[in-house]
Design a protein around this ligand. Structure first.
Ligand SMILES: [Zn+2]
Length: 89
């Protein structure tokens, strides 16, 4: 399982997340093809509250898929930036 999570983690740098419903923790994660500079066609809805993702791995395997990990990484990054703003004010 740890190998699968690490593999998912390695994929997260090619993903972009957009929040669609902050109250319900609903996001859209888009995979990008860095070599071809385009969208690979992979767009997934991740629902953190329900622990589901369109790829089906988050709910089926009971651990976060690459999309959920990318999302959590961007949420943590945003929170850290907010904290920096609070400290500097
Ligand atoms: Zn997924």
């Amino acid at each position: 399982m740890l190998q699968a999570i690490n593999k998912s983690k390695a994929q997260t740098n090619t993903m972009y997340t957009v929040c669609h419903d902050r109250d319900n923790l609903w996001f859209r994660v888009t995979e990008f093809d860095i070599l071809n500079q385009g969208i690979t066609g992979g767009q997934y809805r991740v629902h953190l509250r329900n622990r589901t993702c369109d790829c089906g791995k988050f709910d089926a395997l009971c651990y976060p898929c690459a999309h959920a990990i990318a999302l959590m990484h961007s949420v943590i990054h945003a929170l850290m930036q907010l904290q920096l703003v609070k400290i500097s004010v």
